[in-house]
Design a protein around this ligand. Structure first.
Ligand code: NDP
Ligand code: HSE
Length: 403
């Protein structure tokens, strides 16, 4: 019997308890022995709940119990999660976490402690919810240099953009529903402003490229400036707006960014809707490999956490080697990346002369919903060139990159 403790009885934590209770027999079989939840730690009390009798408020109860071999950290945030996780590892307890903020900030150190103690620090649920992507990068895709990772890495924003496009919902209603469904972060700014996707691409890139990608150096834009009108224009252009996270290795240089993009209907990410996430990994010889599934939500995420618990239980005194160096990977700025841009402008057609003279060949687009404005699409230009010229145009209401 392997005793575990769950830190945090919120969306994911309650899902972990539910999944272990519900699938007990098959989980025990696959783990090669029983898994028992000995403690649940939370700030609140849960009178009448299944965990009432095992609920503790003092982390030291868990830390000082030698029977607890695996700690599941699903509280979120950096502190006290970092202190609890580090103490657990130093005490010889393996840790499984869904906390990308913690993993992106302290991943190399925590892996290194786990290695030194011959135990494990596992974090499959920290990227892509239910989607297995960390484990494949660490094991199945190790034969070929990874050149590019690109995908939709945030369920909340993909849900919001989908509801706005398909159901005509207002942004606020879509966000509120995403929160009710348990998709959003405690502070949803992390989802909306792209910080969550940024941490996730940093984790994947660090594992794929072999050096630590500091998420604070990744160019990040969220979806807070995307309006219902942008989505109307996107549809007219035959596109969907998607928050994409990407990292690329090109001629020995590395680029990473998170931003909303216009994705055409023939693109495989166009049909990735709602809370679903999808991640492309591209290798020199393997070409594209795509991972797809629920990117957030109580039970899908809990299943990824519990699968890590099973793995940790199978490797109680054996470290599963994960390469994540603490040496920093230098990122090159995105200013020389070349792409097309969609620009939305308010005002009359008179300003088109100016646009033509500044941008050269562009194509114009109008929609009934924007009688006082119009949009235009540039040819392929660099970010730097585009940003410099855009300053010369009056009445710019927004701009979105084309994928
Ligand atoms: P919740 O806010 O729903 O749950 C966190 C729980 O931890 C709450 O019950 C909270 O208590 C408790 N908690 C917070 N601080 C402490 C503390 N110091 N001691 C004891 N308990 C504490 O978050 P989620 O379950 O949604 O997310 C947990 C983690 O999983 C986050 O890192 C998140 O990013 C990640 N994640 C979430 C996914 C999702 O779909 N929700 C998907 C993938 C990853 P209280 O409410 O009283 O503060
Ligand atoms: N808030 C995150 C999302 C949870 O919406 O993707 C999953 O990491």
């Amino acid at each position: 019997m392997t005793d575990i403790a769950v830190l945090g009885y919120g969306t994911v934590g309650s899902g972990v308890v539910e999944v272990i209770d519900k699938n007990n027999a098959s989980i025990d079989m696959k783990a090669g022995g029983g898994i028992r939840i000995k403690y649940v730690l939370d700030l609140r009390d849960f009178p009448g709940d299944r965990v009432e009798s095992i609920l503790v408020h003092d982390f030291d109860t868990i830390l000082n119990d030698p029977d607890v071999r695996i700690v599941v950290e699903v509280m979120g945030g950096v502190e006290p999660a970092y202190s609890f996780v580090k103490k657990s590892l130093l005490a010889g307890k393996s840790v499984c976490t869904s906390n990308k903020e913690l993993v992106a900030k302290h991943g190399p150190e925590l892996i290194s402690i786990a290695r030194s103690k011959n135990i494990n620090f596992l974090f499959e649920a920290s990227v892509g919810g239910a989607i297995p992507v960390i484990r494949p990068i660490n094991s199945s895709l190790t034969a070929d240099p990874i050149l590019q990772i690109k995908g939709i890495l945030n369920g909340t924003t993909n849900y919001i953009l989908t509801q706005m496009a398909d159901e005509g919902w207002e942004f606020d209603k879509a966000l509120e529903t995403a929160q009710k469904l348990g998709y959003a972060e405690r502070n949803p700014e992390a989802d909306i402003e792209g910080y969550d996707a940024c941490r996730k691409i940093a984790i994947l890139s660090s594992l794929a490229f072999g050096k630590n990608v500091d998420y604070e150096n990744i160019y990040t834009e969220g979806i807070s400036k995307i309006t219902a009108l942008d989505i109307v224009y996107a549809k007219k252009l035959g596109c969907a707006v998607k928050l994409l996270a990407s990292s690329v290795c090109e001629d020995g240089r590395y680029y990473a960014m998170v931003a909303p993009f216009l994705v055409g209907s023939s693109h495989p990410l166009y049909g990735v809707c709602g809370v679903y996430n999808a991640i492309f990994v591209n290798g020199e010889s393997i070409g594209d490999v795509m991972f797809y599934g629920s990117g957030a939500g109580k039970l899908p995420t809990a299943c990824a956490v519990v699968a890590d618990v099973v793995d940790a239980a199978k490797h109680l005194d054996k470290h599963i080697y994960t390469f994540w160096s603490d040496e920093e990977l230098k990122l090159t700025g995105i200013e020389n990346a070349t792409r097309r841009f969609f620009v939305r402008v308010s005002g009359q057609s008179g300003s088109r002369d100016k646009i033509d003279s500044v941008f050269g060949e562009v194509s114009y687009i109008t929609v009934d919903e924007d009688p006082d404005g119009f949009g235009f699409v540039t040819g392929p230009v660099t970010e730097k060139w585009f940003n410099e010229r855009l300053k010369e145009i009056e009445g710019v209401k927004g701009r979105i990159r084309f994928e």
